[in-house]
Write a protein that binds this ligand. Structure first.
Ligand SMILES: [Zn+2]
Length: 273
């Protein structure tokens, strides 16, 4: 990268920082001096993750769906294993290990930072964006998806140094506590970019469509407006979490909107210490 291009990238990253520093969604510092290897991965728009794009999890990931199935099996997948599509990460449930790195695929979607997620969640995102466009919601892009432990550490430390820990915690998840580190979460933006990482995203056609339809693709709106006391995060109409179609459908059907409530976990309004 030439120094001129790098300066432009830094300027863009800084401009993004002004609007992106919100709870749980502090931005990837893009192509700055981060030692994070993710920043150096070129966001190529071709990927095996999309060649077989599908909104459904693999057959082996789907629970039995017989008509006489007595009830949804809440123990089908682990909520502790970071490789599980049901892993629950919140302020009381850090990833184990905290420096976990998922297996990532680069997605063929519009993006503002390296569009990386797990292959399964990424394929579902591609399908969701295509369906949204086809159904009149408009264009969408990956505003920010995977963030590494190293990136999160750098971002958080920088905020702690300038603002103190309390203010830093309010703006950025502690390293090891961000859902973005799982490779299963994505902040979605519009094309062209409007209301990026802002509450008004929820009122745009894309935000309205996603809130209504993301479950069809295995995604849930992870931080609903009325569940801050449970999730520990303010309303984030742009932040979606992949859990697979079986679970998202069950949550949609039963009207339970948070993973904490669905799995009977304690509310996680704040860190333990
Ligand atoms: Zn987010």
């Amino acid at each position: 990268m030439t120094s001129r291009v790098k300066r432009q990238a830094c300027a863009a990253a800084f401009a993004g920082l002004l609007v992106l520093v919100l709870a749980g969604c502090a931005p990837h510092p893009a192509a700055t001096s981060s030692p994070d290897s993710v920043a150096s991965v070129p966001p190529t728009p071709s990927s095996s993750a999309t060649s077989s794009a599908s909104a459904s999890p693999s057959a082996s990931a789907s629970p039995p769906a017989q008509a006489d199935a007595p009830s949804f099996n809440k123990k089908l997948y682990s909520i502790d294993d970071p490789t599980s599509i049901w892993v629950v990460v919140d302020k009381l449930r850090p990833l184990r290990p905290t420096n976990y790195i998922p297996k990532l695929a680069t997605l063929a979607v519009a993006h503002t930072s390296p569009p990386q997620m797990t292959a399964e969640s990424g394929a579902a995102l591609v399908a969701m964006f295509a369906a949204g466009a086809a159904e009149g919601a408009g264009g969408m892009q990956d505003q920010n998806s995977y963030r590494s432990f190293v990136t999160q550490t750098n971002t958080h430390n920088r905020l702690v140094a300038s603002l103190g820990e309390k203010a830093a915690d309010a703006q950025s998840a502690r390293p090891g506590y961000s859902e973005h580190q799982t490779g299963l979460a994505v902040d979605i933006g519009t094309v062209p970019n409007r209301c990026a990482i802002a509450e008004c995203f929820g009122r745009l056609p894309q935000g309205v469509w996603l809130a209504k339809n993301s479950w069809r693709f295995g995604y849930i709106l992870r931080y609903p407006a009325d569940k801050t006391a449970i999730t520990g995060y303010v309303y984030e109409p742009w932040h979606f979490r992949y859990v697979g179609v079986a679970l998202s459908t069950e949550m949609h059907t039963t009207g339970v909107t948070t993973l904490e409530e669905f799995f009977g976990l304690p509310a996680a309004p704040a860190y333990a210490g």
